[in-house]
Design a protein around this ligand. Structure first.
Ligand code: ATP
Length: 371
């Protein structure tokens, strides 16, 4: 291993952009991927995540900007000279080579003859010791994917780039492989940058997620932070179901008070757009599983201090782990509620008058202008 390969460091994109003719696939963006992190680029098809990944790999030139790794500018280095490797969705295994030979390929190409120990370590890492002599067509999709990961890791890259690596797997296997990749990343400790359009996948695996939209990073943060405190309606909707209620700000401060949903709703000041001021419009959001549902007849028992919105149930469905309700508020907004109470209240059926209530801490505010 060369000195260069043992050095780690953050991946830093500074002002990188990519245009194809008059079309801008990636608008100028700055992004830092901390060393050793599991970082996800998340977004819908065409948002520029693969282009961003390929720029890190050196497979795509940048129109503007620089790429550095551990403080060293690698913008003009060809892909094979970067201490970076990529795993593609297609795996791209050599069909005529067995698992061991596929994994050893990168070492052999560099002229290294004694590969047994390192291949053995990689087989252990991806738990394929019993499959070393099989050819790719004798493996399941998940096993092939693990071979592709081992093959990419054997050269000890500083950064592993994963481009929708689980996209070809069925849902159950994909969920298993998400945990498996996370375990492998923790074990090897190098930086993983993972491209996916699946929000659950990004949230399960990544320490940090960059949500991309239209060639821009809309928001960057830890999964829980993005989920609980989205800063744009796009992020709020992309990461799950969001109940957005239009309102007008009554007062600002440590808590912001908003007239919305036929009453007053409170939210922490830090969860409101920085432009929020009294009299201004805002969208108040809350996730469905944070809301409790109480029949109007029992509304007096709801503890003080909770945000409340009255409404009528228009739909309910029992899905095992929870009952999902749709509640229409007097303002006409349809709100989703996922209620996990074990003892179901038999009165909570379509047509029932109810009060939705939740802890104000679970409330977020969004700029109404972007809705
Ligand atoms: P997907 O999940 O579908 O792969 P993505 O978010 O990874 O989408 P990119 O592959 O980065 O998106 O592409 C971003 C945009 O740039 C798309 O609109 C795509 O059509 C466009 N694009 C990508 N490569 C080229 C190219 N070589 N020439 C012209 N346009 C391109």
């Amino acid at each position: 291993m060369t000195q260069q390969q043992t050095e780690g460091g953050d991946v830093r994109l500074t002002g990188i952009s990519k245009t194809y003719g008059s079309f801008t696939a990636v608008h100028p963006l700055d992004l830092t991927v901390p060393q050793g992190s599991f970082f996800a680029l998340l977004g819908a098809s065409g948002c520029g995540k693969t282009t961003t990944l390929r720029i890190i790999a050196g497979l795509e030139d940048t129109t503007t900007g620089t790429v550095s790794l551990g403080g060293r500018d690698i913008t003009d280095l060809p892909p094979y000279k970067r201490p970076v490797n990529t795993v593609f969705q297609s795996y791209a295994l050599f069909p005529h080579l067995d698992v061991s030979e596929n994994i050893a390929f990168g070492l052999r190409r560099r002229g290294i003859r004694s590969v047994g120990k390192q291949v053995g370590e990689m087989l252990d890492l991806v738990q394929l010791g019993d499959f070393a002599r099989r050819k790719p067509h004798q493996l399941s999709g998940g096993q092939q994917q693990r071979v592709a990961v081992a093959r990419a890791l054997i050269n000890h890259p500083q950064v592993l780039l994963l481009d929708e690596p689980l996209g070809a797997l069925d849902l159950k296997l994909r969920r298993q492989m998400q945990l498996e990749l996370k375990r492998i990343q923790t074990e090897v400790g190098i930086t993983f940058v993972h491209v996916t359009h699946d929000q659950e996948e990004a949230m399960t695996m990544a320490d940090t997620v960059a949500v991309m939209n239209g060639g821009r990073v809309e928001q960057l943060g830890a999964p829980a932070e993005l989920y609980e405190n989205p800063r744009t309606t796009f992020v709020a909707n992309f990461l799950g179901t969001s109940n957005l209620i239009e309102g007008r700000i009554v007062s600002t401060g440590t808590d912001v008070v908003v007239a919305a949903g036929g009453g007053k709703l409170r939210l922490p000041g830090g969860r409101c757009p920085s432009s929020a001021e009294s009299g201004g419009k805002v969208l108040v959001g809350v996730r469905p599983e944070k809301i409790s549902l109480t029949h109007t007849d029992d509304a007096a028992a709801i503890p003080d201090g909770r945000n409340r919105v009255a409404g009528r149930i228009t739909d309910s469905s029992f899905i095992g782990v929870s009952t999902q309700y749709v509640v229409e508020s007097p303002a006409g907004t349809a709100l989703q509620v996922y209620e996990q109470n074990i003892e179901r209240d038999g009165r909570l059926v379509p047509g029932a008058e109810v009060v939705l209530h939740w802890n104000p801490e679970h409330t977020f505010g969004l700029d109404a202008a972007q809705h």
